[in-house]
Ligand binder design. Structure first.
Ligand SMILES: C[S@@+](CC[C@H](N)C(=O)[O-])C[C@H]1O[C@@H](n2cnc3c(N)ncnc32)[C@H](O)[C@@H]1O
Length: 303
């Protein structure tokens, strides 16, 4: 028998290993939600009193409202068009949807347990089933960070025009830079580490082989329109070090994709502060989310 319940449960899809960050974030920021159930990459909460703010934790790729759970037959009876995928990323059924659409989805949580849920598509929810990546990593890409660029653009619905100018801070070995060069952008990278030849030998790439602390913004060759940041530093360090750059490039900046690493669990409580710091730099934070290509980190997209 399927268990039909009221709509007061929410489910969240996160990358395996991030469940503890998500639970802590919800505990701190959405006390109206009380933890109910969790398995790898999937966490549910019961709404015990009405949510006082827009729901969108950073440590998830996607979320929705629980309708019912049971066998596949039980949850799929008479529901019409829907998405259907497993927690491991197998996409069994999908269809295009646009912002504003109410979308139903079946999530295969185990061999016997299927969840039926729904979400109103928006920037807050994933652009593809389960928030799994629709990109593949080309063999030639110097690192998996290639996927972070593609997934980030897909998630935010942003297109980078060819010949626009991008700066990447923390660019070695070059997966992200390679993705940007492939899209026709001109790129400058700052990183004391070596860049892969596929980037170094590209006519549209310039490497500043130094740390951001030693970099002088006057060395930038053009007006930066897109900023990428992906340094393996604690978030405080990354944000502190990019401030002088953001200050210098703000007049021409169209968008910033900033990856912040959760170097320790205790940092979860500081996430709102990180977003605030970006606001104080003059950046308008549009969205903060986990991407399918992330490990223990999240993306802040700001304009
Ligand atoms: C996760 S890797 C970046 C991957 C890269 N974005 C790619 O696409 O392949 C982190 C990088 O941050 C760089 N990094 C760490 N501290 C830095 C600093 N202070 N200034 C510049 N780069 C730094 C490291 O050298 C390392 O290459």
């Amino acid at each position: 028998m399927s268990q039909i319940q009221n709509n007061s449960f929410y489910y969240f899809l996160c990358n395996p290993g991030s469940e503890k960050f998500l639970k802590e974030e919800i505990r701190l920021i959405y006390p109206e939600l009380v933890f109910a159930y969790s398995t790898e990459g999937f966490v549910t909460f019961k709404e015990t009193r009405p949510l006082g703010k827009t729901l969108r934790p950073v440590f998830c790729r996607h979320f929705g409202r629980f309708i019912k759970r049971g066998s596949l037959e039980e949850v799929s009876a008479g529901i019409g068009s829907h998405l259907y995928y497993s927690l491991q990323g197998e996409i069994f059924k999908t269809h295009p949807y646009k912002n504003g659409d109410w979308v139903k989805e079946i999530i295969k949580v185990s061999e016997t347990q299927y969840y039926l849920g729904e979400f109103k598509a928006s920037l807050l929810t994933a652009p593809s089933a389960g928030g799994f990546s629709t990109a593949t990593l080309p063999e030639i890409a110097p690192s998996r960070a290639y996927l972070k660029v593609i997934d980030g653009l897909n998630y935010m619905g942003v297109n980078l025009p060819a010949n626009d100018y991008a700066l990447e801070i923390g660019s070695s070995p070059g997966g992200a830079t390679y993705a940007l060069l492939e899209m026709g952008l001109r790129v400058e990278g700052i990183d004391p580490g070596e860049m892969s030849p596929v980037c170094l030998e590209h006519p549209k790439f310039i490497h500043h082989r130094q740390s951001i602390q030693d970099f002088h913004v006057s060395s930038l060759k053009d007006h930066v329109q897109w900023l990428y940041v992906d340094m393996n530093l604690p978030p405080e360090g990354s944000l502190r070090e990019i401030e002088k750059v953001v200050d210098a490039i703000r007049p021409t900046l169209k968008g910033a994709f900033i990856t912040l690493k959760m170097t320790k669990f205790e940092l979860v409580s500081r996430v709102p502060m990180y977003l605030n710091i970006m606001g104080k730099m003059g950046l308008k934070v549009v969205m903060a989310t986990q991407l399918p290509s992330h490990k223990q980190e999240f993306l802040v997209y700001a304009e």
